[in-house]
Design a protein around this ligand. Structure first.
Ligand code: TMP
Length: 212
C-alpha cells in the first residue's frame, strides 16, 4: 500500500522549514516512518543541481533554470520519493511542482502549459496527497532582511515576488487537496492548523507505515 505525500509550499522565508520540522516530529511521535526532504535537492545529484541553481553569481537563463529544477525533481522523485512511498512511508517535501509554476511560470513568465508538461514528465504523474501553501505579506519578507543570506532567487525584485505570490494563490485555488495558510500567524497556531488538515484528509489514518 502506498504511503502519503505531503508538500509544503510558499515564498522564501515563509516559515515552511519550521513547519516541516514540527510536522516531521509530530508524525515520528505518532509512530510513523517519515522522510523529510526538499526541492531542489533531496539526493546527491539533486543537491548538486541545487548548488548551481542558487549561486547568486551564476547567470542561469530562464529555460535552463526551468530544466535544472525539473532535472533535480526527476532524480529526486525516482531515487527517493517514489521508493519511500512504495515502502508505505510518510514523505514530507519542502517545495515540489507548484514552486516551478509559481516561480518559473507566474514570476519568470515561462509558459504555464509547458511547465505542466515538464512537471508531469519529471514526476511521472505523482501528485501530493496534501499541499500546504504558506503565504505571508511582502512587508514581512522585507522586515526579515531582504539581502541577508539571500540566494539567487531570493534576490529577485518585488514585482517578481508579487507575481509569484499571486501565482501561489491561483494555483492553490485550482489544485486538488491544496490549502492556503496564513504564515503571519504564530508558529504553534499554524502547526495546529496543519494537523487539522492532515486529520481532515485522513492522512494519518490511511498511511500504512505506523509502527504498533
Ligand atoms: P528553498 O530555499 O526554499 O529551498 O528554495 C530554493 C529556491 O528555489 C527558492 O527561492 C525557490 C526556488 N525554486 C524555484 O524557483 N523553482 C522550483 O521549482 C523550486 C523547487 C524552487
Amino acid at each position: 500500500m502506498r504511503g502519503k505525500f505531503i508538500v509544503l509550499e510558499g515564498p522564501d522565508r515563509c516559515g515552511k522549514s519550521t513547519q516541516a520540522k514540527l510536522l516531521y516530529n509530530y508524525l515520528l511521535e505518532k509512530g510513523f516512518d517519515v522522510v523529510l526532504t526538499r526541492e531542489p535537492g533531496g539526493t546527491k545529484i539533486a543537491e548538486q543541481i541545487r548548488e548551481i541553481l542558487l549561486k547568486p553569481e551564476l547567470d542561469v537563463r530562464p529555460v535552463a533554470e526551468l530544466l535544472l529544477y525539473e532535472a533535480s525533481r526527476a532524480q529526486h522523485t525516482q531515487e527517493k520519493i517514489i521508493p519511500a512511498l512504495q515502502e508505505g512511508k510518510m514523505v514530507i517535501c519542502e517545495r515540489y511542482t507548484m514552486s516551478t509554476s509559481a516561480y518559473q511560470g507566474y514570476a519568470r513568465g515561462l509558459d504555464l502549459k509547458m511547465i505542466d508538461t515538464l512537471n508531469h514528465i519529471a514526476t511521472t504523474g505523482l501528485t501530493p496527497d496534501l499541499t500546504l501553501v504558506f503565504l505571508m505579506s511582502d512587508k514581512y519578507f522585507s522586515s526579515r532582511g531582504e539581502y541577508l543570506f539571500s540566494d539567487r532567487l531570493e534576490r529577485e525584485d518585488k514585482e517578481f515576488r508579487d507575481s509569484m505570490r499571486q501565482g501561489y494563490k491561483n494555483l492553490a485555488a485550482k489544485t486538488e487537496n491544496a490549502y492556503l495558510l496564513e504564515a503571519d500567524d504564530d508558529v504553534d497556531s499554524i502547526h495546529r492548523r496543519v494537523v487539522e488538515l492532515l486529520e481532515k484528509h485522513h492522512i494519518t489514518d490511511l498511511c500504512p507505515s505506523k509502527k504498533s
